[in-house]
Every structure is written in C-alpha cells, then in structure tokens.
Write a protein that binds this ligand. Structure first.
Ligand SMILES: [Zn+2]
Length: 463
C-alpha cells in the first residue's frame, strides 16, 4: 500500500468515525485493507457469542467468501445461504421473503449480507422484518446504499424505496472491492455524481419553504461527493489508487441519508429519472441489468442540462399574479400528466404523489414570492454548486460510465416527454417543480431540444 493510500484510508476512517456519532443505527464502519478479516472479532465484541448466517450469491461469495469464512471461523455457529448466480438474483419482494424465511430457520442468528445492491437490500429488509440487526460486507463500490436506511425493492411491479433500518456494521475491504468489475465502479461513480443536483434541488426546496436544509447533513453530503468524484479517470481505468476516495464518498453519502432519516441529502430529480426508468424496466433485460448508478448518471446529465437553462433566466421579471391566475387545479394537472404516462402503474404513482406537492393558488403565490426574492443570490449559489451538463457528461465518460440516454435505448422523443412528466413521479420538491411553478419548464424543454440545444444532436440509430 502506498503512503497516499494509507493517508487517505486514515483520513476517511477518522471522518467516518465522527459521522457515526450522529447515526441512529450503524455503529461500526470498518474500511481499509483486510478489514473483512476482523469481522468475527467485531461481531463477538458487539453481539457476544451469537450464531450468524451469511447471505450471498455465488458471485459475491466467490469474491468475498474466503475472507469472510476465515474470519468467522472463531464463532460457534456459522450458516450460509448462497443464492445461485444464474438467473441473477433480482431485488424484489419475493427474494426478500425467500431470504427472510431462510434466515428464520436459525432463530436468533445475526444476518450478514455479503454482496452489493441486491443482496444488501434484500437482507436489509428481511432483517427488519425479523426485527434483528444485520451486518454487510460490501463486494463492490457500486452504490451508496451500504450505510443508508431504506431498501430499494421491486414490489407491485416497480422499484420502491421501502423503509427499514440501516446495518449495524459495515465492512468495506479494499482487497475485495478492487476485484469488482469496472462497470460496478462506474455505477458507484454515477450514483455519486447525482449528489450534486440532489443538494442543489434540496437548496431550492429550502428557499421556497418546502423543506429546510440541515446544514450539517448538507456539508456531509457535499464532502461525500467531493471525495467520490475526485478521480474519474482512475475509476475509468479501475486504478486501485482511485478506490479509497470513491468508497469513502459512497459510505459518507449513505450515512448522510441515515442521519437525516430520508434520502433527500442524496436523491433529487436525477434519482427520479432513475426511478422512472426503473418503473418502465429500462435495461432490465441487459446482462448484467442496467445498474442504479448508470441510470442516475444519465439522469444527472439531464438534470444539469435543465439547470444550465434555468440559471440563465431572470425569474425576478416574472408576473406572479398572472402566473397564479393560470395555475391548474390538481385534477387538471393530473389529467395533463396522465396523457404523458405509458402505464396505469405510473398514473397511479402520479395520483398518489403529485397531490402531496401540488400547491393551492395561495401557496403557489407564497412559493413564487420567496423564489423571486431570493433569485439573484440563489442563482449565484446554484451556479457555484452545479456543474454544467457538459462537464458532468465528460466526468462520466472518463469514469467509463453511462452518460447518454441513447446508450440504454432511450430515444429523443421519450426524453422530451420524461422532462415534462418527471415531477409527477415523486412528492419530493426539486428544480423541476420550480421550473413548472414559475412556468418556464416548456420553454426550457424546447430550448434543450431545439437548434444548438444539448439534446438536439442524437445518434441516428435511436432517434
Ligand atoms: Zn442512489
């Protein structure tokens, strides 16, 4: 290990330990080389002589099983649930119940997830249903959910973030993580590039009086992004030197979500693009299926493109009474968005989510007055915070990550519609809501897809 890597691990560990003082569930984050070898001792220290059940699939067990098995050999009883690699396990509610029922065969045992997104989410929710703490040994730097509360599980036909507690302990062993395929490193990078617009969207929601920013959590979320995004080319080359900062960023981001008890610090409109595409099963038939981080990365370019246009506008010139007088009722708003949605499931989502944030005229007027009053300073702040869409895309390219909708089979007309219907898919207030409420969204979309606009050029094969 180089001195640089050793320093980075030491600094990251110090930072993580400080954050752990504020998290409700996670007590241990063990990050560095060979940390998986301490798993058995840590479990004994924190839970006494307890039996454990490892949950992995054949792929993640091949990556981490030797180290985990060796470390746990000092415990009295160690059982394993190894899911087949093919067909690839998919994080749906059936998998959660399968894991839960298998875990219940060893009453009182401590579950240990050995894997990344799918295994971790399934065990997280299964452990919550069994009312037991659990641990996770990460197998790839692919997303920030290791340290976050909530599990992303497909239920009733689409992916949902289901509430459940974060793990008690998280082991990130760089010897294991470095063996993950580059596509999983790129996914972690894509998930983290989304934190920039997540924070910007939160700040907008703050200014219009919808959801105040927690300064401590915001700073943590920003630092997590700075860490994770510091070496895109290193991520692209799968260089071991890029791994500590990417991993610390992912861990801190999840901890910020856990500390705030909501995904708000790490999830804005870019995650809504990802969820929308997830609900429509985009890339589900790819091998491997299109990752969460890949979708978030593409969504981040799309959101940055909206910001590029929004931040050029002078919202202080807006005629507020005129805007309020043309504001649609919730019934009209739902009717418009229903015409844009392709499935009944999405119309149901809109019907449940949009009313939670669609303002009555007096509330709209209050939000608009707040936005207009703050606009000169807010615009300057957001310009410093947000990266231009070109820059976001270039970083993703360097990181070997997905960066354009055409790479996942989405055509130009589809993305245009997605811009117009996105806000109906979740109650969370974002830049898209400000653009809609101020009435600038349709013009922004026309500009982005018009001559000279970012989406004007599109590869021929998927027009
Ligand atoms: Zn994410």
């Amino acid at each position: 290990m180089t001195t640089d890597a050793a320093n980075e691990i030491a600094q990251g560990t110090e930072l993580l330990d400080k954050v752990l003082e504020r998290t409700p569930t996670t007590r241990v984050v063990s990050f560095g080389y060979d940390t998986a070898l301490n798993l058995g001792a840590l479990i004994r220290e924190h839970h006494g002589p307890r039996s454990v059940v490892c949950v992995a699939d054949e792929t993640t067990w091949a990556a981490a099983g030797d180290r985990v098995g060796q470390s746990l050999s000092s415990l009295d009883q160690v059982n394993r649930i190894i899911l087949p690699a093919r067909p690839r396990p998919y994080a749906n509610i059936d998998l959660v119940h399968q894991v839960r029922d298998a875990l219940a065969q060893t009453p009182g045992a401590l579950p240990i997830a050995v894997g990344s997104g799918t295994i971790n989410d399934a065990v997280k929710l299964a452990a919550a249903e069994l009312e037991t703490p659990y641990w996770v040994v990460g197998s790839a730097p692919s997303m920030d959910g290791y340290t976050a509360a909530g599990a992303s599980i497909s239920k009733d036909g689409f992916k949902q973030n289901l509430a459940c507690a974060a793990p008690y302990g998280v082991i990130m062993d760089l010897h294991i993580l470095k063996t993950a395929p580059q596509i999983m490193w790129a996914s972690g990078f894509g998930d983290m590039i989304g934190k920039i617009s997540a924070i910007a969207d939160w700040r907008i929601a703050d200014v219009v009086g919808v959801e105040p920013v927690d300064p401590w959590v915001r700073e943590l979320a920003e630092r997590s992004a700075l860490n994770a995004l510091s070496d895109p080319s290193g991520v692209g080359a799968r260089a071991e030197s890029a791994l500590p900062s990417l991993t610390v960023g992912l861990l801190m981001s999840g901890l910020s979500i856990q500390a705030y008890n909501s995904s708000r610090p790490g999830s804005g409109a870019e995650h809504m693009f990802s969820h929308l595409w997830e609900m429509e099963h985009v890339g589900l038939d790819f091998d491997p299926p299109l990752s969460h981080g890949a979708k978030v990365g593409i969504g981040s370019v799309a959101v940055a493109a909206l910001y590029d246009e929004l931040l050029q506008l002078d919202l202080t010139a807006m005629n507020i009474p005129e805007r309020v007088s043309h504001w649609p009722s919730i019934e009209e708003a739902l009717e418009r968005v229903d015409a844009l949605h392709s499935t009944e499931a999405l119309r149901n989502v809109a019907a449940s989510q949009l009313p939670k944030k669609h303002p009555e005229p007096h509330e709209l007027e209050r939000r608009l007055r707040a936005a207009v009053a703050a606009w000169p300073s807010l615009r300057a702040e957001l310009r410093r915070l947000m990266k231009p869409a070109d820059e976001i895309r270039d970083s993703l390219v360097k990181a070997g990550a997905h960066h354009h909708p055409h790479q996942v089979g989405l055509n130009k007309d589809r993305i245009r519609v997605d811009y117009l219907r996105l806000r109906s898919t979740r109650e969370r207030y974002t830049s898209f809501d400000l653009a809609e409420e101020t009435g600038v969204l349709p013009d922004i979309v026309s500009t982005m897809f018009g001559p000279g606009g970012i989406w004007n050029e599109w590869p021929d094969e998927i027009r």
